[in-house]
Design a protein around this ligand. Structure first.
Ligand SMILES: Nc1ncnc2c1ncn2[C@@H]1O[C@H](COP(=O)(O)OP(=O)(O)O)[C@@H](O)[C@H]1O
Ligand SMILES: [Mg+2]
Length: 328
């Protein structure tokens, strides 16, 4: 079932320096249970889009449907209720510094009129879910970045939202902490059935947890689909720019650059060694980012081979079922 549907949405900001078209003709459909990624460079319009989803920003044109209800048709009270179904977390955590972890989590419940005792009970359940039961009395200044984001996630979940909007939620965190926060979001998605929308400029975040992704470039969506498909075969310049490692592709005369995508092949298959032997071709590995996921190879490799052996190599890759793309 569609949870968030965006139809022909545009947003223009009128500023002293003229109009800024932050979003142009956006169409998106986010299904219940999705972990939906929205990726693009800084300034592309991502934050504006996520703020339009909960109507913190009113679209200039177009429609946002939440649970099939047109948000602009809702009364103020109905809109507040819809917003309670949309939790949000940010890059800077936005915790209240004067409140302890548990009091931060209680805050949206107090606003919703929940009694203090009930709010604290719920907050303790949430602290347990995010793995911070022992830190309920800590103030934000006493917590690490990852712990602060865990408190923010617990606070966002307090009102039992249907969807969690995450705007660059891991961008201030180191790679290990990022992984643990993404794993927590995935667990919340799976165990609590919360749909997750992830805004990021990092492909590694999308790759790690999203099932679908939309690529946004200069206010427009330029590509949308399953993460697997787009990662294996990006069509738009922006998707390719975000996926392909910078500097790995340098053209050399008489050599062809090929990007190999591993998804589903056994990790134990010596793909490159076999390629060298079977085709009798010198292979230059420019970049490799492959990992073993339960015995299956995942990731990508960029190689260069002499143009004269291209036909042989194509034949080998097709035979072995490795996805590949010839780069310019
Ligand atoms: N409140 C605002 N007033 C004027 N311009 C804005 C406002 N919010 C965002 N913009 C502009 O809209 C564009 C998209 O911004 P934003 O959605 O924050 O991008 P992103 O999150 O992808 O970095 C930028 O050019 C930005 O300067
Ligand atoms: Mg932003």
């Amino acid at each position: 079932m569609s949870l968030v549907r965006i139809n022909n949405l545009s947003k223009t900001f009128h500023t002293a320096n003229g109009d800024v078209n932050a979003l142009r003709n956006i169409n998106l459909n986010i299904e219940e249970g999705d972990i939906f990624g929205i990726i693009g460079l800084s300034g592309a319009g991502k934050s504006t889009l996520v703020r339009c989803i909960n109507f913190l920003e009113i679209p200039t044109d177009g429609t946002v449907y939440f649970e099939d209800k047109d948000l602009k048709e809702l009364s103020h009270k109905e809109l507040l209720r819809a917003r309670q179904s949309m939790g949000m977390i940010f890059q800077g955590f936005n915790l209240l510094e004067q409140r302890t972890a548990i009091k931060n989590i209680c805050f949206p419940l107090e606003i919703a009129g929940v009694s203090k005792a009930d709010a604290e009970k719920r907050a303790r359940e949430l602290l347990e879910i995010v793995g911070l039961s022992d830190r309920e009395k800590s103030y934000p200044s006493q917590l690490s970045g990852g712990q602060k984001q865990r408190v923010a996630i617990a606070r966002a979940l307090a009102t039992n939202p249907k969807v969690l909007l995450c705007d660059e939620a891991t961008s201030a965190l180191d790679p290990n902490t990022t992984r643990s926060i993404l794993a927590l979001l995935k667990e919340i998605n799976e165990k609590m059935g919360v749909t997750v929308i992830i805004i990021t400029h990092e492909m590694s975040v999308i790759e790690q947890i999203c099932n679908r992704v939309a690529v946004i470039d200069k206010s427009r969506i330029v590509e949308e689909g399953s993460v697997r498909e787009i990662f294996a075969n990006p069509q738009s310049d922006m998707a390719r720019q975000l996926i392909l490692p910078k500097g790995a592709i340098k053209s050399i005369d008489d050599f062809v650059t090929i990007r190999l995508v591993f998804d589903g092949l056994s990790s134990y298959q010596p793909v490159i060694a076999n390629l060298v032997m079977e085709c009798n071709v010198p292979v230059n590995i420019m970049y490799a980012n492959t990992k073993d996921v339960n015995g299956t190879a995942a990731g990508e490799m960029i190689i260069q081979i002499p143009e004269s052996s291209l036909d042989k190599v194509r034949g080998y890759l097709k035979r072995t079922g490795i996805k590949y793309k010839e780069e310019m």
